[in-house]
Design a protein around this ligand. Structure first.
Ligand code: NAD
Length: 507
């Protein structure tokens, strides 16, 4: 009997055929190119650790070619009326939707993310393009600031060619989240995707070109972070770098970009708390707590990886969470029943498994999971895992594990909950569950995170600011915030003509 998994696999193989066994190159100045170097690296399947394809390891010369193309394309793209940029970006969204199945299936096999989540990747990517497309006509708008004998007005102008460097966890969606506002603002782009999941970036480059984004306005250079990524952050023609990835990579990029005074935008790691009080709607809280760490394999920057539970409900609440975690279905990412798929790469699997040993060494209890899973032979599967009896100082409570692993810590009262929640180097997202309005408002104010969700899982609204405090980032995306990054704000001051000008050197 043919199952849904078999059907998905057959379709995925059709889409993957063009990549299998070949060398994935770059996309520079309007078309694919093998690049100037000869080095390649392997892209392996998280499903069973077999080889998928090889990838060209872009060189500084490739990055230079892409940056030159972006520079040459910039004036025409910048000067295109906003309404025309809007039309092109809506066509990008149309074509993303038309290739949604291909994007989803390729993304699943490249990242290991389950289809139940990735089936929406293309839709979210298209939404990003539509949202910023509609903002393109007003992107340059500014303020009028009359001041006595002068009229000041501000305008915004696109920065120029920008670099976009993305991670491997949800690559297609994150690439659109960065590239769509850059193009809407009138910037041109050089994109360096992550080496562990490079496939859908090529689909996006093709789609944008087919939709009418001119040659050179978007370029793609594959390669390693230390070479291609580094060259991009150091290139003098690249005016700004939008980076999503680990905090320590952000530090490196800041150093690398310092010589050319790069403007940087960083969306980095997190160790996000979800704080559950005894007055919360616990049914809804259980759903959200489980969803926010075990969806997307836990490879999610906004995952709530630290569960802080009030002492009076601790045992009951943790038992309810544990019962759910034991039921989570680990399996092939293309099986529609799968809730947790394989981790992206053997090295990441080893890292996550290392925390299972560490939890035991640190004296926490491994209440659920804590070992590899054998869903498909050779694949990077781990059991959804729950650590209890943890202290906030333990490494399992402080470090970003980036897998389906939740650490539980009890607290006595609001003051302690807040202290524990904030006692971490990160500050990306925080979640609070309470029915006390005053407490919700206090937590919204006092939690050290760029985004606080009260009585909700991570629910995105594109006009709102997205980003982190502390080691979780610099800058905000979303709505107009994205344009603040990709554009220069210029002030123009006009005299009405009557003010007195200090006169020097008058005889
Ligand atoms: P990473 O930092 O290892 O790599 C990200 C990208 O940076 C890759 O393309 C890589 O090649 C490149 N890179 C590496 N070294 C570089 C260098 N020296 N110069 C220039 N580029 C370089 O991150 P990852 O492991 O791919 O992704 C996981 C991380 O991303 C997690 O920490 C996660 O929290 C974070 N993340 C954050 C957000 C957010 O919005 N805050 C979203 C998704 C992922």
């Amino acid at each position: 009997m043919t199952t849904e998994l078999d059907r998905n696999l057959a379709k995925a193989e059709d889409y993957l055929a063009r990549f299998r066994g070949g060398v994935l190159g770059h996309f520079i100045d309007g078309g694919p190119t093998p690049g100037q170097g000869t080095d390649t690296f392997e892209n392996r399947s998280p499903v069973d650790d077999t080889a998928l394809n090889r990838v060209a390891a872009g060189t500084a010369a490739d990055v230079d070619a892409a940056a030159r193309a972006a520079k040459a394309a910039f004036p025409a793209w910048r000067d295109l009326p906003g309404g025309e940029r809007r039309a092109v970006l809506h066509r990008v969204a149309d074509l993303i939707e038309a290739r949604a199945e291909e994007i989803a299936l390729v993304e699943c096999l490249d990242t290991g993310q389950p289809l139940r989540f990735m089936s929406k990747a293309a839709v979210r990517g298209a939404e990003n393009f539509r949202f910023f497309a509609d903002k393109a006509p007003e992107a340059t708008a500014g303020l009028s600031m009359p001041a006595g004998q002068h009229l000041n007005y501000s305008i915004r102008q696109p920065m120029g060619p920008v670099g976009v460097i993305t991670p491997w966890n949800t690559p297609f969606m994150l690439s659109t989240w960065k590239i769509a506002p850059a193009l809407a603002a009138g910037c041109t782009v050089v994109h360096k995707p992550a080496e562990w999941s490079p496939l859908t970036a090529m689909l996006l480059a093709e789609i944008m070109t087919e939709a009418g984004v001119p040659a050179g306005a978007v370029n793609l250079v594959n390669g390693l972070g230390e070479t291609a990524g580094r060259a991009l952050t150091e290139h003098p023609d690249i005016r700004a770098v939008a980076f999503v990835g680990e905090s320590r990579t952000g530090s490196m990029i800041m150093r690398q970009g310092s010589e050319t005074l790069k403007r940087v935008h960083f969306e980095l790691g997190g160790k996000n708390p979800v704080v559950v009080f005894d007055d919360a709607n616990l049914d809804r809280a259980v759903d959200a707590v489980v969803f926010m760490i075990y969806s997307l394999n836990g490879e999610r920057c906004t995952s709530s990886s630290r569960l802080l539970v009030q002492a009076g409900i601790h045992d009951e609440f943790v038992a309810r969470v544990a019962a759910r975690v034991r039921n989570i279905r680990v399996g092939h990412p293309l099986d529609p029943a799968t809730e947790v798929g394989p981790l992206v790469h053997r090295a990441h699997f080893d890292k996550v498994c290392g925390y299972f040993d560490l939890a035991r060494q640190e004296g926490a209890t491994v209440m659920v999971g804590g070992a590899a899973a054998d869903a498909v032979p050779g694949g990077h599967y781990v059991q959804p895992t729950l650590f209890t009896g943890a202290g906030n100082a333990m490494r399992i409570a402080q470090e970003e594990i980036f897998g389906p692993v939740l650490t539980v810590i009890p607290f006595a009262d609001e003051a302690e909950a807040l202290a524990l929640a904030n006692d971490v180097r990160y500050g990306l997202a925080a979640y609070a569950w309470t029915s006390d309005l005053g407490r919700a408002l206090r937590l919204g104010r006092d939690l050290e995170a760029g985004m606080v969700w009260v009585n909700s899982e991570n629910n995105r609204h594109l006009p709102t600011p997205f980003g982190g405090m502390k080691a979780s980032g610099i800058g905000r995306d979303g709505g107009d915030y994205s344009f603040d990054f990709y554009m220069e704000t210029k002030n123009v001051c006009l005299a009405l003509g009557g003010h007195s000008i200090p006169r020097l050197g008058v005889a």
